[in-house]
Design a protein around this ligand. Structure first.
Ligand code: NDP
Ligand code: 8X3
Length: 248
């Protein structure tokens, strides 16, 4: 029975991954700061199939302690899904809060890199897989995207560079780049304002966390000779804006 570690399994895409992977016969280690949600997932999916690790991904000591305490049957990890992440605010760069920028970099970049570094020796040994959740924001700039887009561009390019380093090891690496997915993402981005978040998704028929989870599972279950490098997804309702021209 293969084992996946999914960061950010308490909500949205990560929670969908936990369910989809368990349903497909994987064991899942799910991480997150909200212990009650990890407990609920364990109760729903079964303690033999799901193990919750309650830590902030930015806290390496807490992460290491949690991973060191993994039950034996969860200790050999075959797939790392680096999903935990967030956007904070839509303010233009000069009006943004520097602390928000640092939180996004610490979570979306530094913690993702650190988790990857931690598990890479095991993934190399087991010829495993890494699925990183980037975003369309990696490739398409938009107003207010500033540092969030920068972090996701890092995730995409880090994934591709990892592939180069991992040549010959059998480890697969994929950057998944979704557009609009209705999760708690927009509530977090808008400082808890659910009304603004709901408005963003209104009438757009956005993708769901489960849509992305099915894609992550598909990537993870591909035969070992096949690597998806990058995969961009959008709801049909979403497409591209034109260039903006500021006229005199
Ligand atoms: P949610 O807000 O629903 O889920 C985010 C998850 O990340 C939660 O489980 C949360 O857990 C976890 N997380 C955030 N910060 C930390 C932290 N410091 N330590 C531990 N866990 C953390 O959003 P999504 O499911 O949409 O987001 C998942 C990923 O998908 C993110 O990387 C996001 O950037 C990306 N993405 C989202 C899109 C969207 O439109 N929704 C589109 C493209 C990419 P907890 O709060 O319990 O710690
Ligand atoms: C989230 C998608 O378009 O809101 O990564 O940046 S978007």
């Amino acid at each position: 029975m293969p084992t996946a570690l999914v960061t950010g399994a308490t909500s949205g895409i990560g929670e969908g991954c936990a369910r989809a992977f368990v349903k497909a016969g994987w064991r899942v280690i799910g991480t997150g700061r909200r212990a009650d949600r990890l407990d609920a997932l364990r109760d729903e999916l079964g303690a033999d199939n799901f193990h919750g690790c309650n830590f902030d991904v930015r806290d390496e000591a807490a992460r290491d302690a949690s991973l060191a305490a993994l039950p034996g049957e969860f200790a050999q990890i075959d797939c790392l899904v680096n999903n935990a992440g967030l956007a904070l605010g839509m303010a233009r760069a000069w009006e943004s809060d520097l602390n928000d920028w640092k939180t996004m970099i610490d979570t979306n970049v530094t913690a993702l890199v650190s988790m990857t570094h931690k598990l890479l020796p095991m993934l190399v040994e087991r010829k495993g897989a890494i699925v990183n959740i980037s975003s369309v924001a990696a490739s398409y700039p938009y107003k207010g995207g500033n540092v969030y887009g920068g972090t996701k561009a890092f995730v995409r390019q880090f994934s591709l560079c990892l592939r180069s380093d991992l040549a010959g090891t059998g480890v697969r690496v994929t950057s998944i780049e979704p557009g609009m997915v209705e999760t708690e993402f927009s509530i977090v981005r808008n400082a808890g304002d659910k009304e603004v978040a709901d408005k963003f998704y209104e009438g757009a028929n956005p993708m769901t966390g489960d849509d992305i989870a099915e894609t992550v599972l598909w990537v993870a279950n591909l035969p070992p000779h096949l690597n998806i490098n990058t995969l961009e997804l959008m709801p049909v309702s979403q497409s591209f804006a034109g260039f903006h021209i500021a006229r005199d």
